[in-house]
Design a protein around this ligand. Structure first.
Ligand code: DLL
Length: 433
């Protein structure tokens, strides 16, 4: 079984565009009729649903932003009465109110299918045993995997996140073949297993289904090496149902977007202008098959590139690059724009340190200061103060050489940095405190 839904996953472009246009028209008419927020916005711009005649007309529609969801919290953008809603998820959000994600029965069915496609593309089959260590609850990660893996017919272990030793026990005893969690939690599991002298590489585990936070290619390689698996990725957000919006195939060379459900665009984060394929910018999605809360031109804040190219896996679905970071995570340090992922890539190249770090931004007078606390490997730490100072200098020089910013590196003892069980917090910006 190569594809879960061959018709859509390998649909020729012209046919896909016809399908998208038909569903875009329906969705625009649907939200115009059902959601006063959209009707007012479209009226302000003088746009009526009948004006959408081609896919290019999408760019005439106004954007929707996270603040619109907050202003209409909790159900103001819902297009159906709550009596038709059968599930509500929410993301915690870093500031203010959570983002709510209501689903009709049909939305749940579509999401399950998107997740079955995702897991199938990762290589998961009905014979697999999936340990689902994403948080089970309001967070969309846990139930999405549960639904998708159940649909495929794999055995699901709904263990949720946390209790790392128990995770390792289950991995061993239940002969688990697929691990699903955030990449940073996978690393936490790998590390704890090493301390317990459990050789995960020798277990039947073969696939990881990771996502929910930015991680670099270097981090992927590290996890693949430490767990002896293929580390596959999925991307998604509560506003679009959760994970399963896009996913790795076996080629691991960009994430295929389920574009029969979500039309992607990349725009300039400042001007909002649509950028050509292959240009890095902010990802914008329009959901064209959702009933309860179909988002129109929603600005995800995630930075990536779209690519339409032939994939060896045979899928014709457009690809997005690994998310580089969020436009609101971009750090402006003394006027230089830096993404935490750039720092992560550099750190993971240095053998004397662990892939555990915290970026701290401070202000001294008017000047910004970049500090990075990074964990020393045990051998490095035991090498004493001279060895530590030497590695600190080496890391500082590397970051200065490539990013062009002065940085203070502090090597901290093994285990000094709090381990993640879900989405890791990598940046502390004390300038804002
Ligand atoms: O994180 C959904 C999810 C769960 C995706 C499990 C994958 C696996 P939210 O909590 O609403 O939903 O957070 C969405 O997380 O806008 C991105 O900034 C980030 N994100 C999600 N997946 C990835 C990824 C879930 N693969 C926000 N790479 C998104 C980078 C990701 N960032």
């Amino acid at each position: 079984m190569k594809y879960w839904d061959e018709t859509f996953e390998t649909m020729p472009l012209e046919e896909m565009r016809r399908f998208q246009l038909e569903h875009l028209k329906k969705t625009v008419a649907w939200v115009y009729e059902k959601v006063p927020f959209y009707r007012n916005k479209f009226d302000e711009q003088g746009i009526k649903p009948e004006d959408i005649k081609t896919l290019e007309d999408l760019s005439r529609l106004p954007f929707t932003a996270k603040t619109d969801l907050r202003d209409n919290y909790p159900f103001g953008l819902c297009a159906v009465p709550l009596s038709e809603v059968v599930r509500i998820h929410a993301s915690s959000g870093t500031t203010g109110k959570p983002i709510t994600g209501p689903y009709t029965a049909d939305d749940l069915e579509q999401w399950t299918e998107c997740m079955a496609r995702t897991l199938c593309a990762h290589g998961v089959r009905s014979t697999d045993i999936c340990q689902n260590a994403y948080g089970m609850g309001l967070f969309t990660g846990g139930l999405s995997i549960h639904q998708g893996a159940t649909r495929i017919g794999a055995a699901v272990i709904p263990i949720s996140s946390g209790q790392t030793e128990r995770q390792i026990l289950v991995l061993q005893d239940f002969a688990v073949t697929v691990l699903c969690c955030t990449p940073t939690y996978a690393l936490t599991i790998a590390e704890r297993a090493e301390e317990m002298d459990v050789k995960i590489r020798d277990l039947p585990l073969r696939i990881g289904c990771f996502g929910a936070e930015p991680w670099t290619i270097e981090m992927r390689k590290e996890i693949e090496h430490r767990l002896g698996i293929k580390a596959m990725e999925t991307y998604g957000l509560t506003e679009f149902g959760g994970p399963g919006t896009s996913y790795d195939c076996i080629e691991q060379n960009g994430l295929h977007i389920n574009e029969d459900h979500f039309i992607p665009e990349v725009v300039d984060p400042v001007t909002g202008d649509v950028l050509p394929l292959g240009t890095k910018g902010e990802l914008v999605f329009t959901a064209i098959q959702r009933e309860a809360m179909p988002m129109i031109r929603y600005r995800t804040r995630d930075i990536t590139t779209l690519r339409r190219e032939k994939c060896e896996c045979g899928r014709t679905l457009i690809k997005m690059d690994k998310v580089y970071g969020r436009s609101d995570d971009m750090l402006i340090i003394s006027g230089v724009n830096v993404f935490p992922s750039q720092i992560e890539s550099l750190l993971l190249d240095i053998p004397e340190i662990e892939p555990q770090y915290v970026i701290i931004l401070r202000k001294k007078g008017y000047l910004d200061q970049l500090h990075v606390d990074v964990e020393a490997k045990r051998e490095t730490y035991e090498g004493g103060p001279q060895k530590i100072a030497e590695v600190e200098k080496k890391v500082e020089a590397k970051i200065r050489g490539i990013i062009g910013l002065g940085v203070r590196i502090r090597l901290v003892p093994p285990k000094a940095i709090t381990r993640s069980e879900g989405k890791a917090k990598r940046v502390i910006d004390e300038r804002k405190i």
